[in-house]
Design a protein around this ligand. Structure first.
Ligand code: C2E
Ligand code: MG
Ligand code: MG
Length: 717
């Protein structure tokens, strides 16, 4: 704070002893000198860089210097004898002043006030006031002399201090040390965050908090940065008083004195322990599969990329094994998702134990896993032999029964292998192994296949096909073929709508070549809708044709299409728009789409209520349980053609066919056999009680336009 000047300074004249001895005095001269001196003092007084005034006992101005006048914005004659100091103070300052008035009236005291002047133009100005009373002969305080200081600059400093103080008491823990790192001061947040009180740490060094998490190099680098750049910021793991870790975002700033030497260090930190924990959690979620805790595709790609770079450097090889469970979908569909999860977790465990610790096992999603083998033999043949050995081991491990509650379930797996190839990126390697895995599945499952160039050609073909498929709808390349379904008398009672893709270069493409692809890419949803709309339009058109009016039309529905949340509303809309008799529409579903899925049964029941009929396609190839079959509002069972084909040759198939027919009859369902190619098959089926048939023996699927021609003669025979 500022110090007050001596109140007597403005006279500066030594007292003169009247009547004293000495040389003769020219009193006129003295008076003149005194006047000159007084004028000089007044001039100085006016020009002083501070305000000055004398107030009477009531606080009214008796005198005021030019500086103070200029601050107030008044002329002397407007103030002296007329105004009080309080007239120029803000309301708050008037209260402050009031508090001191009592003291003023009693005795001479020096006060050190901070006040706010309200100037003529209304602007405010902070001032400091030092004031002293000088007593009259009675000892009463008669007047006060005051000196006023411009605090406008001081004010900024004061704000800085306030801000600094506020910062010191903020949520950031703060710690100030001297240049020797001895703690001088800590704030409350420091105590809250570390558990140490100020008394416990003052005099100590921040090493007290050291957690042992960082090595000497870390601290060396930290202090080197502070010395070179004056500041270091970063994450640091410290230890609280209770021994727990605190992860801090710490900033250390060096404070330099006038000579440029460090006087203090200020450390301020935020507790980011919580943030870090959730960051770790986020990392886990981003890179690991939550179910099996295995790395996910993203982390696998990252590791594979590194492994490829490593292999290039050290000249060794590696391999990607794409592992896919063989009957996982069936477990999920028939035993529920919880059982499916148990199988996946167990698969992850078996995979991990089947490979070396250095190898990576990742889950890509669903029942797809990838094993990454590193450091295989540099020579391709030997590397492949190593990879195949691991693959066989995995086949064995996954071939063992899975225990689901009291039940055993056999799953098995198919594996595709691709060795590291120079110049091939991680994503491509995985895709190659995936493709090889598909070949393993197609080859009869529980097999291992190694990727080869022919597969690559196929892959390119598949990619091209996928591209074309994306445009097939808008380019109107789809067509419906109808295949008749006949009764015992050979009358066409219904037809199955079968999709064909008229590809500009490939010609007519059968569903076997693109339905799976459409499923994988979700294109099946829009394609399936087109089929439904086209089929309903055909049904509608036949309402006006006497020979076709009775016809029912079966439409295949894909699993993905059926599982759509809006399948029910889409179906309702299609029925409404086409205005057909819903009883003429048969939806062909498959066992895996239906069983133990309440949602599927719900949709089916709702559509059945509208009159739509359901046929269980490919019956006998899935995993239907008799119990669940009775729950489904079916109208028809369709014996799969694989049983029909071997009717005359395989006695087991004959038994299955007979059992299916008996089952259908007992449930009150129609039974139709598909894939009937010969008279003998037709007769055997008829003999076993089957009354509807579909197959090449009657007709191949034909374009819709040809179908009606077919209808006439057949219907009339
Ligand atoms: P699916 O529903 O079991 O259809 C019967 C398949 O057997 C048809 O093959 C049909 O042409 C064929 N087939 C009929 N009679 C005989 C026969 O006597 N001998 C032989 N060997 N085959 C016969 P396609 O048209 O190639 O269809 C194959 C599968 O593609 C269908 O099997 C069905 O699952 C699917 N599919 C066809 N159209 C559609 C569709 O519009 N949507 C969906 N999601 N799938 C469709
Ligand atoms: Mg079908
Ligand atoms: Mg079928």
């Amino acid at each position: 704070m500022w110090t007050a000047p001596d109140p007597g300074f403005e006279t500066g004249i030594p007292p003169v002893e009247p009547g004293g001895l000495g040389p003769a005095i020219d009193w006129a001269q003295v008076e003149q000198s005194i006047d000159a001196l007084a004028a000089e003092v007044h001039a100085l007084y006016d020009a002083a860089p501070f305000g000055s005034h004398i107030l009477d006992a009531q606080g009214t101005y008796l005198e005021i210097n030019a500086r103070e006048l200029s601050w107030l914005g008044y002329r002397r004659e407007e103030i002296v004898g007329k105004k009080k100091l309080s007239d120029f103070l803000s309301a708050a300052s008037q209260i402050v002043l009031q508090k001191y008035l009592a003291a003023w009236s009693q005795r001479s005291v020096l006060v050190d006030l901070e006040l706010e002047l309200v100037r003529r133009d209304g602007s405010r100005m902070p001032v400091g006031l030092n004031s002293a009373g000088f007593a009259d002969g009675s000892g009463q305080s008669a007047a006060r002399r005051g000196v006023m200081f411009d605090l406008r600059d001081h004010q900024q400093q004061k704000i800085d201090v306030l801000v600094a103080n506020a910062a010191f008491d903020s949520v950031s823990g703060m710690c100030i040390t001297d240049s020797e790192h001895v703690i001088q001061h800590v704030n409350q947040a420091f105590t809250d965050l570390t558990g140490y009180s100020a008394q416990e740490v003052i005099g100590q060094t921040p090493r007290l908090l050291s957690s042992g998490h960082h090595d000497a190099t870390f601290y060396q680098h930290l202090w080197q940065t502070v010395h070179e750049q004056g500041r270091w910021q970063g994450e640091i793991w410290n230890k609280r008083k209770d021994g727990s870790f605190i992860i801090e975002w710490l900033s250390i700033t060096a404070v330099f004195d006038a000579a440029g030497k460090v006087s203090n260090y200020i450390g301020s930190f935020l507790d980011i322990t919580g943030v870090k924990t959730s960051e770790a959690e986020l990392f886990r979620l981003a890179y690991y599969d939550p179910l099996t805790q295995l790395p996910n595709r993203r982390l696998l790609l990252d590791r594979l990329t590194q492994a490829l770079a490593g292999a290039r450097r050290n000249g060794q090889s590696g391999a990607v094994l794409f592992v896919d469970l063989d009957h996982f979908k069936t477990i999920n569909d028939t035993c529920g998702h919880a059982a499916g999860d148990v199988v996946l977790v167990e698969t992850a465990r078996r995979l991990r134990t089947a490979v070396r610790a250095a190898d990576s096992v990742a889950r890509l999603g669903g029942d797809e896993f990838v094993v990454l083998l590193e450091n295989l033999h540099p020579e391709a043949g030997a590397a492949l032999a190593e990879a195949e050995r691991v693959a066989d081991k995995i086949l064995l491990a996954l071939g063992r029964a899975y225990l689901l509650g009291a039940q055993e379930f056999h799953c098995g797996a198919s594996i595709g292998i691709e060795l590291f190839v120079e110049g091939t990126c991680a994503a491509d390697l995985i895709q190659h192994a995936d493709l090889a895995m598909y070949h393993a599945k197609a080859g009869g499952r529980r097999q291992v296949r190694v990727f080869d160039a022919a597969m690559q050609v196929q892959l390119i073909g598949r990619t091209a096909l996928e591209n074309d498929l994306r445009h097939a709808l808008e380019r109107q390349q789809f067509e419906l073929y109808f295949q008749p379904q006949v009764d015992l008398q050979g009358q066409i009672v219904a037809a199955e709508a079968l999709l064909r893709w008229r590809h500009p270069e490939r010609g007519l493409v059968a569903p076997a070549e693109f339905i799976a692809l459409a499923e994988d890419t979700a294109l099946i949803v829009s394609i399936g809708l087109w089929v439904l709309q086209a089929a309903c339009a055909q049904l509608k058109a036949r309402e006006a044709m006497p020979q076709a009016r009775h016809l029912q039309l079966a439409v295949n529905v894909s699993a993905r299409q059926y599982r759509q949340d809006d399948f029910l509303s889409t179906m309702r809309q299609v029925l409404r728009c086409s205005a057909i008799d819903p009883g003429k529409l048969v939806l062909e579903v498959t066992e895996s789409m239906m069983l133990d899925v309440p949602d599927a049964i719900g949709k089916m029941t709702a559509l059945k209520a509208l009159g739509v009929r359901f046929s269980m396609d490919d019956f006998g190839t899935g995993y239907s349980s008799l119990a669940s079959l009775t729950l489904l509002p079916l109208s028809e069972l369709k014996i799969d053609q694989s049983f029909v084909r071997k009717l005359g040759t395989n006695p087991h198939d004959a038994i299955i066919v007979r059992a299916t027919i008996a089952l259908g009859q007992s449930l009150g369902l129609e039974v139709i056999a598909e894939g009937v190619e010969t008279q003998q098959q037709r007769d055997m089926l008829a003999h076993k009680g089957c009354q509807r048939y579909q197959g090449y023996f009657f007709s191949k699927p034909v374009p819709v336009a040809e179908f009606d021609a077919l209808l006439q003669p057949l219907a009339s025979c």
